[in-house]
Design a protein around this ligand. Structure first.
Ligand code: DC
Length: 220
């Protein structure tokens, strides 16, 4: 089997998570959800009352933080200093805070090292925002997944509505704000690498996207 690093970047709600998981399963690779790592830092900062603008305290937090992604029968678990925080990182508050802390240099520096360490063994699908541009500029194959804003908002709403009291309008508003934060920041903004394959998932289901990706991977 080929030993590749596959990167999948794109805006929130484009379907990256479902597709990355399925693609990793098809390839027998590890799936690395790098957004969960940013969410983990955000959760720890909020737990300790650290502001997303306090670079000094964020730096100390990262210095003392050991984040781990482990596999379990119900998917990936995020472990922070030995505590499983998986069920606490998907609230709307942590979602917005993750976007805010992800713009800060100490957080990006810390996670850059961690992500590259996780990539050393190759055979992994990395999902995020800057996988193909910054973390793995030499990745074997890079994808950038997009979908129309309405489609993305609807997907996110369907995911959240069971857990949170959200309206589609609020979901779309949060998504737009987050995309603007993630795309306009100075450090590692969300954008497609020049050599990324762009796939529009507006009219494709997850299996359709995975098949399109597999066709490109077979050519590598
Ligand atoms: O993919 P997600 O929604 O779980 O990511 C949460 C936030 O983390 C997102 O708003 C931007 C940030 N992020 C990032 O800046 N770089 C990454 N590689 C992954 C996520």
């Amino acid at each position: 089997m080929k030993k590749l690093i596959v990167t999948i970047d794109g805006p929130a709600g484009a379907g990256k998570t479902t597709v990355s998981r399925k693609l990793a399963d098809r390839l027998g690779y590890r799936y690395i959800d790098t957004g969960a790592l940013y969410r983990g830092v955000a959760y720890e900062a909020s737990h300790l009352g650290i502001s997303s603008e306090d670079d000094e305290r964020l730096k100390r937090l990262c210095r003392d933080l050991k984040l781990n992604l482990t596999r379990s029968k119900d998917g990936l678990r995020l472990i922070a200093n030995g505590v499983d925080i998986t069920s606490r990182i998907r609230t709307p508050e942590i979602t917005m805070l993750a976007s805010a802390v992800s713009a800060r240099a100490p957080v990006r520096d810390y996670l850059l090292g961690l992500q590259r360490e996780l990539g050393k063994e190759k055979c992994a699908v990395f999902e995020g925002r800057d996988m193909g541009t910054v973390v793995f500029p030499d990745a074997d194959i890079k994808f950038f997944l997009i979908a129309s804003q309405k489609t993305r908002a609807l997907r996110r709403y369907n995911e959240l509505k069971l857990k949170e009291n959200m309206t589609i309008e609020k979901v779309e508003e949060d998504l737009t704000r987050r995309d603007a934060n993630d795309s306009n920041r100075d450090l590692a903004p969300l954008k497609a690498a020049a050599d990324a394959v762009i796939i529009d998932s507006t009219d494709l289901n997850a299996d359709g996207v995975v098949s399109a990706m597999m066709a490109h991977i077979e050519d590598v």
